[in-house]
Design a protein. Sequence first.
Length: 343
Amino acid sequence: MSYPDIFIHSVGTALPGPAIDNQTLAKKFDTPSFTEEWIDTFVGTRQRHFAVDLDTGEVRYTLADLGVLAAQRALRAATLRGGDVDLVVMATSSPDDLMPATVNLIADRLGIDRVPTFQLQSGCTGAVQALDVAHHMLRCGRYSRALILGADSCAKHLDLSIDITTLAPEERINGMLFGDGAGALVLSTTPSPGAVAIRHVFVQLVGLNRPPGQIVKWLGLADRSAGGPVITEDYKAIEESVPVLAAEALGEMLETLGWQDTEIDYLLPPQLSGRMTARIIERLGVGSAKEISCVADTGNTGNALPFFQLERALPRMVAGDRALAIAIESSKWIKAGFVLEKV
């Protein structure tokens, strides 16, 4: 059975507030172990954006605010309005609230109604999972245009009243790695000038009998006083495993399509940090492909990051060009990716 091609028509992104460079961040942390030079060398991320004002603690953008901005830009680039969309799928690990779902708040503000909406709770592979869901639903023939969203915000975890020197290094480093942002794609079953076809979407859980690499707790009124960090990460496991899983994802996608790595023109690698991206690229060994990275300038924006990469990659692609993206989820270990071709 043959299925129709699905096309990416446009991409839009949003970042909150001014960029926070390493000098500003080092002053805020004000600890000898996290200097500007240390962040540059060992993290490799030059700047990031936060939805919270670091001086006042005021949250200036909700996740819905960022999602609306990104979606409006994607819709405008596709010369569409919210009412032209008949499917919405969003991925996030940090919704504004458990209920109502942030995707529905965004849809409401965009004038979208009487369509299926889905919100996936996931980490760094969530954007690919959302793309996979929409891709399958569009191919079934019941829908014609989909809005895909990926957004994350660490603002709710930035407690500026805490003495940062009392935190463990693995807790402090989160403020250097992560940033806030949102991205959106418009997908369609019909091509348009400049459209890019989705050739393959890949998502695979590989965490059986394996401890989580990252845990983010949800705290209700009953357990807020339980103590312990809200976010914990096994950085050693992440550093060791992500390059390996990325290489596996690359190999499996190429094998499915029957392509060689020399046929890939653009590579969108996992974006944990500037330093980790360099290690991943070295492990992947796709020398002929042009690397599309943005984490050094945006910080790790979680589910938004692939959209920032696509925003850079899509305008560069010419007819026949192929792009391959990889995302790795370390919370319970998922490898994912997608492959595009300019038609």
